[in-house]
Design a protein around this ligand. Structure first.
Ligand SMILES: [Fe+2]
Ligand SMILES: [Fe+2]
Length: 163
């Protein structure tokens, strides 16, 4: 399998697709940001742009895997309250080896998923910090009809297009 084909095997993985569909069902009536494929791909592309701009050492295959899987634990969070960064880490550890990722790569990606809700300082260029930053930048608060009801801190809300 070519390196740049591995993230496409994630979106072809039946367990991944089942989790994604379940999240979509849970979020059918959600008025705040959703966690479907659009958000996941927006996050991947922003991570990739930052990586190119800042010369970070992450391949597209690693970036897309982290982004595509980072919110997959939302299913368990909706179902039984497990925080989604913890459930997502576990799901990623299970799915990544089935999609051609090595044990070392799966560990790096899963760790980043477990860190994606933890704010980091601007100098942190770890994969988890990159995921946190792109995840937040992906949200279009400037045109959101419910931003005043959203629980995000005011300074986190994106009032402009940044990337
Ligand atoms: Fe998340
Ligand atoms: Fe997210």
């Amino acid at each position: 399998m070519k390196s740049d084909e591995r993230y496409n095997s994630i979106i072809a993985n039946s367990e991944y697709l089942a989790l994604l569909n379940s999240i979509n069902e849970y979020e059918t009536d959600r008025k705040f940001c959703r966690h479907g494929i659009k958000h996941l791909l927006d996050t991947a592309r922003i991570m990739y742009i930052i990586t190119l701009e800042e010369n970070l050492p992450y391949s597209k295959d690693i970036i897309y895997a982290a982004a595509l899987l980072h919110d997959i634990g939302r299913y368990e969070q909706y179902k039984n309250g497990t925080p989604h960064h913890i459930a997502g880490k576990r799901a990623a550890e299970h799915i990544l080896p089935r999609c051609g990722y090595s044990a070392d790569e799966a560990e790096i990606i899963s760790k980043a998923i477990s860190e994606h809700r933890t704010p980091s300082d601007d100098t942190d260029s770890s994969l988890g910090a990159l995921l946190y930053k792109a995840d937040k930048l992906s949200r279009m608060c400037f045109c959101c009809g419910v931003k005043d009801e959203c629980y995000w801190d005011r300074e986190l809300k994106n009032e402009n297009i940044i990337i």
